[in-house]
Design a binder for this molecule. Structure first.
Ligand code: FAD
Length: 448
């Protein structure tokens, strides 16, 4: 008879938890998973998926304008937020169902309850049931940060933004990261007067300066008011429902909606981790080794809760590597080099490898190739918006160590190019590849 109820108990059915459960079960483990909200986690329910669908939905505003230059009569076109919101919600429901099916097909038992850890091999569900398992995996993700200032609760976070009853006339987005810039683009295109405020003097700090400067210029040209060095002092809600935001410098902004997009904190509180001795970082992240194991040998953690890289494909890889290593007799770790990322702003940014500044700090012989161009479609649409591609190379062989794009569809273009960068190819290898004409991506092999 088995000593424990399960071989693996997973807390959190998001990107990392679902992958780990499915793979562990496919290796023959008896697996259970607890989810306190909805199966699918942040990415599916209130992150990547609904966000990208809103990006598509919002972009029609410009497409419809541009279409007129291509001969289409679009007079009378109008937008209904309720339709977009509800269709996105229906798609999210569909995906949630598919995730549930995947777990069921793999014989993973799902508990739709909150779980807390009560010992190295035990958890307690919110209904009171105690469950034991040989191994416990913490995959509880991260939670939007909200500052501790008077009136902060009058703002919403990305958790609520997908179900707004109606679009506001004006919105202030607080933050300078990818979520802030993406929602600035979405709201702006949907006709909301957007103010992006950040406490720093830059947005998107991990991205290449020139690429970010291009986004800031284009965003401002499109009507987004970007304010740097704004430190919030307080938020007051008036009787008419409008919000008054006061900065430390005494300046005020009036708005109808405030969206906090200032970062995501590892979701480790309330899990009982301190009591059972699981080591946490200063940011609340669960500390793990390369094998995702915590200091308690039977407890592992993957995904955003470890705050290694807060991205879905990373949570999935960490979950998969954990399951293969612990239950599939195939020990392996995740390689974090050259992770391609995108900001689905308008226009989008995509990047892999070192920025120019990072490369110059690390190597002596760095060279940068660029292509600064107007996409063919934008030319005919009379849209004065230039794309910028940057290739950062190092060494006499000119190995490509960074590729940074801003322009239409840059996320779609970069994924393929990232394979070449990860494979260690050189500028000459790019140049030796014949251009696919006419396309934007051909600029990758024509850079000067
Ligand atoms: P999650 O997916 O967050 O799953 C954790 C789950 O654990 C949740 O469902 C939660 O309800 C559950 N849980 C927590 N505590 C308990 C408990 N005690 N008991 C039971 N259940 C519990 N990433 C990208 O790669 N690309 C993108 O474009 C992108 N866009 C994003 C846009 C937004 C608005 C946001 C918020 C995030 C976005 N992300 C994106 C990040 C991505 O969603 C996360 O990196 C990813 O979901 C992390 O997966 P995870 O498994 O670590 O955690």
């Amino acid at each position: 008879m088995a000593e424990f109820d399960y071989d693996l108990f997973v807390i959190g059915a998001g990107s990392g938890g679902v992958r780990a459960s499915r793979i562990a079960a496919s290796h023959g483990a008896r697996v259970a998973i607890a989810e306190e909200h909805r199966v699918g986690g942040t990415c599916v329910i209130r992150g990547c998926v609904p966000k990208k669908l809103l990006v598509y939905g919002a972009h029609f505003a410009e497409d419809i304008q541009d279409a007129q230059r291509f001969g289409w009569d679009t007079k009378g076109a109008s937008f209904d937020w309720n339709i977009l919101r509800d269709n996105v919600a229906a798609e999210v429901n569909r995906l949630e169902g598919l995730y549930g099916q995947t777990l069921g097909n793999n014989k993973v038992e799902v508990f739709h309850e909150r779980a807390v850890i009560t010992g190295p091999n035990s958890v307690r569900l919110s209904g009171g049931r105690e469950i034991t398992a040989t191994t416990i995996l913490i995959a509880t993700g991260a939670w939007p940060s909200v500052p501790v200032i008077p009136g902060a609760g009058h703002g919403i976070t990305s958790n609520e933004v997908f179900s707004l009853p109606k679009l506001p006339k004006r919105a202030v987005i607080a933050g300078g990261g990818y979520i802030a810039n993406e929602f600035a683009g979405i709201f702006n295109e949907l006709g909301v007067k957007v103010n992006l405020v950040t406490h720093g003097d830059r947005v998107l700090r991990s991205y290449d300066d020139e690429i970010v400067d291009r986004l800031v210029d284009i965003s401002r040209h499109k009507g987004i008011d970007i304010r740097f060095n704004f430190a919030f002092k307080s938020i007051t809600k008036r009787d008419d429902g409008t919000l008054l935001l006061e900065g430390n410098d005494g300046k005020t902004i009036e708005t109808d909606l405030l969206l906090w997009a200032i970062g995501r904190t590892p979701h480790s509180t309330g899990l009982n981790l301190e009591q059972i001795g699981v080591e946490l970082g200063k940011d609340g992240s669960v500390k793990v080794g390369d094998d995702s194991r915590t200091n308690i040998p039977s407890i592992y953690a993957v995904g955003d809760v470890t705050n290694r890289v807060q991205l879905t494909p990373i949570a999935i890889r960490e979950g998969h590597a954990f399951a293969d290593s612990v239950f599939g007799n195939k020990p392996r770790t995740v390689n974090y080099d050259y992770i391609p990322t995108a900001v689905f702003s308008n226009p989008p940014i995509a990047s892999v490898g070192m920025t120019e500044a990072e490369a110059r700090a690390e190597y002596d012989d760095v060279k940068v190739y660029k292509s600064d161009f107007r996409a063919m479609k934008n030319v005919l649409a009379d849209r004065n918006e230039r794309a910028l591609y940057k290739m950062v190379v190092a060494g006499s062989e000119e190995r490509v160590i960074g590729l940074h794009l801003i322009g239409p569809d840059s996320g779609e273009i970069l994924q393929a190019a990232a394979i070449a960068v990860k494979a260690g190819l050189t500028k000459q290898d790019f140049d030796d590849t014949v251009a696919l004409h006419p396309s934007m991506s051909e600029e990758l092999v024509l850079m000067k």
